[in-house]
Design a protein around this ligand. Sequence first.
Ligand SMILES: O=P(O)(O)OC[C@H]1O[C@H](OP(=O)(O)OP(=O)(O)O)[C@H](O)[C@@H]1O
Ligand SMILES: Nc1nc2[nH]cnc2c(=O)[nH]1
Length: 205
Amino acid sequence: MSVNEPGATAPGGPRKARIDRVLFSQEAIAGKVRELAERIRQDYAAVPGANGTGGHGAPLTVVGILKGAFVFTADLVRALGALDVPLQVDFMAVSSYGTATQTSGIIRILKDLDRPIRGQHVLLIEDIVDTGLTLRYLREHLMAQDPASLRACVLLDKPERRLVDVPVEYVGFQIPDEFVVGYGIDYAEQFRYLPYIACVRLEPQ
Ligand SMILES: O=P(O)(O)OC[C@H]1O[C@H](OP(=O)(O)OP(=O)(O)O)[C@H](O)[C@@H]1O
Ligand SMILES: Nc1nc2[nH]cnc2c(=O)[nH]1
């Protein structure tokens, strides 16, 4: 069975998984984070109120999506800070994959924002966009709260897997249709600690 087919989670629990090959090294990811931060700095410098130079409105609010984007969010906000971009950080936690490699299609909010975002410039940070269902749901959820603007920054994009059309303003890397882990991204809660991004191979049952 391919890792992207339904049923990758056995009734007795998730299948054993091991790292197959590294897709992006720690250094490659760090370079991409700096590149994204520079693009974001330039773009928001032109947005009134979002550049911290005394304009009206609130500064940029970065919304990291837990759990998968926790490492990416931490690195990106520090890269933005190093470029003197003032920002606030909030988090949401959502889940649709559980311990499986196939989305359930049902997105559950496990933790919502702590602070209102009405009138704020919001930058949503995700680790990966696959079917697009999670990102579409999040964009609708956040837009309903009337932010001044909303953009999404996603480290990994799997365009082949998209089921719904959803805008992504900043993309780190495009990747093929393979299940990836590391740099915050898990398989059944394993591998989030890896400093690189890799494909996993599931052991036969
Ligand atoms: O485009 P989609 O097909 O919706 O997939 C993308 C989502 O899948 C992962 O979340 P997951 O449900 O695995 O939760 P986690 O971030 O807590 O690991 C990832 O963090 C994205 O939020
Ligand atoms: N861990 C992990 N979660 C995902 N959610 C959507 N695609 C993926 C993936 O490739 N790996």
